[in-house]
Design a protein around this ligand. Structure first.
Ligand SMILES: Nc1nc2c(ncn2[C@@H]2O[C@H](COP(=O)(O)OP(=O)(O)O)[C@@H](O)[C@H]2O)c(=O)[nH]1
Ligand SMILES: [Mg+2]
Length: 220
């Protein structure tokens, strides 16, 4: 809720302007739910396999080179990281999954924390799920997608690192993913590359629509 001259209006009627993305500021990193930012306003979280390009996507979408740390070493981001666009809107970088070198106890802690975040977070409007355009979605990607479908949570998939594919293979990757996800009405997807700036503007539009709770239809 926010106060206006006319009284109090529900936050869901607020619109996130695209220019707000550039205002993203690191807010805090949390190992434990007690450290999360207050659950008000609206946020979109980036989930997915370690090293798939989550942090790079956040940097590209906010046009900020080093906002979210990117790493060649998978599994470095072990906390839930909050970035504030303003006092109402946030982006969230979730810990990556599926990195075998992380101790099992820590994997378990991550899993539990992320699960709790997904289940409890009222301000969570949607997930952005980067999946490597050169690979099939992993078992964990598909489990997460099933979970989101059951929870009626929107998901926007970025088929990342598509600069590593020629045009024909890019389109093939897009078609394969569309076919695989055809039965999931709340899932949209697109090609994405940071170095070639493919799909970055589309991803920005999608993020602000999702933050604004606007009905979104697949662009493709
Ligand atoms: N070629 C290419 N490399 C990328 C792209 N996005 C990320 N990477 C690289 O993939 C590695 C992991 O990226 P990062 O954003 O840290 O992944 P995260 O673990 O999912 O947050 C880094 O070396 C990035 O530079 C992309 O679109 N194209
Ligand atoms: Mg990361």
């Amino acid at each position: 809720m926010r106060k206006t001259r006319g009284g109090i209006i529900p936050v869901t009627s607020m619109t996130c302007e695209p220019k707000l993305l550039r205002k993203a500021e690191y807010s805090l990193s949390a190992h434990h739910p007690r450290d999360w930012i207050e659950d008000s306003g609206a946020e979109v979280a980036f989930a997915g396999r370690s090293n798939v390009g989550k942090s790079s996507a956040i940097n590209a979408i906010t046009a900020r080179k080093a906002l979210a740390r990117t790493s060649k070493t998978p599994g470095r981001t072990q906390q839930i990281i909050f970035f504030e666009l303003d006092e109402h809107f946030r982006l969230v970088d979730l810990p990556g999954y599926g990195y075998a070198k992380v101790p099992a106890s820590l994997q378990l802690h991550w899993g539990k924390t992320v699960q709790r975040y997904l289940q409890e977070r009222n301000s969570l409007k949607a997930l952005i799920l980067p999946i490597d355009s050169r690979r099939e979605p992993t078992k964990l990607d598909l489990e997460l997608l099933d979970w989101c479908a059951a929870a009626s949570l929107r998901v926007h998939i970025l088929l990342t690192k598509c600069d590593k594919l020629g045009r024909a293979k890019q389109l093939q990757s897009l078609r394969d993913a569309q076919r695989l996800l055809a039965s999931m009405p709340l899932v949209t997807l697109q090609l994405f590359s940071v170095p070639h700036a493919i799909g970055v503007d589309d991803a920005r539009k999608r993020v602000v629509d999702l933050l604004s709770d606007r009905e979104v239809t697949p662009a493709d």
